[in-house]
Design a protein around this ligand. Sequence first.
Ligand code: ZN
Ligand code: ZN
Length: 369
Amino acid sequence: MVRSENMTTRNIRAAVLRKKGGPLKIERLSMEGPQDTEMLVRTVASGVCHTDISMVQHWETDDGPLVLGHEGAGIVELIGKKVKTIRPGDHVVLSYQSCGICRRCKNGRPTKCRRFYELNFGFHRLDGSNALKPSGVRGHFFGQSSFSSHILATERNMVKVSKKLPLKILAPLGCGIQTGAGTVMNTLQVQKGESIAIFGTGAVGLAAIMAARIVRAHPIIGVDINPSRLKLALEMGATHVINSRRADVASGINKISAGGVDYVLEITGTPRMLQLAVKVLKKRGTAAFFTGDGVPDFVPKGKKAVAVIEGDSVPQLFIPKLIKLYQSGKFPFDRLLKFYDFKDINRAMKDSRNGKTIKPVLCIGNKKG
Ligand SMILES: [Zn+2]
Ligand SMILES: [Zn+2]
């Protein structure tokens, strides 16, 4: 078995953000590792998530160069001395990082990890080190930095998957897709016959719509400004759609649901939709908001607002569940994907930003997997 005896340094290729707003440039960097609890993964593909795009737009140049990417998938090449459950050659999908030590992690709630923010947005390992230090660049975004030919990850943020399925299809399960489906199935635990509206029918919203169909919610109302996405929402399980540019959302939802919905997922992050999400809820209804977008200042008595991280998913449990649903034809998330060469990463981000592509996936390694 190939275990890494000592930390070594290798050359990798990674897309580096050096300037606010981009573009990302593919550069050669040195990477140290793996540490005892890490695996070195040869990247096959990585999804591009909304969070990567907003980092490019908001990161300040003075804060130093970064490698982004947090929906990686690949093949394990080397394992550290303390790795127990993963072997070289395993196919893996990567997800968010958690400490594994705090009480919330120990209780099986890693999205509530006390060190969640630091481990996913801090650009360093659990021990504070940074494998890309020799190049003066920071990595470990979500414990990954998957816009790279190689990734260092741990058993905490790694899910072993079947070698029969293409890794380039499975890659985006690690963040956006699990967030949408997990919000419906884990956070809100939507039941048969309950009503739900989804504001924003991008990758997260469409995954939520598919999950709502699986749990037999009714009605399932998709709201967006993009007619082609609304058409797709209907194909993926929405029973009704509303174009919020052309129609009044509140009265539309009221009419369809006879007085309000049990749940709203507010994914657009726009102030108008934030307020509307609470308004269209029925009494005792719950609106889910996503990290970074904030929650409304005022929530009327009897209604609830929750801030959701990663759909409260435990990746090692939830990603295999989603893969099974995909294989049975109930969760056709592959229809949301569009594949790009790694060198076209800036075009992939642009297409996602302007709504042309729902979920870009970068093909990074060789074609195997
Ligand atoms: Zn923790
Ligand atoms: Zn993400």
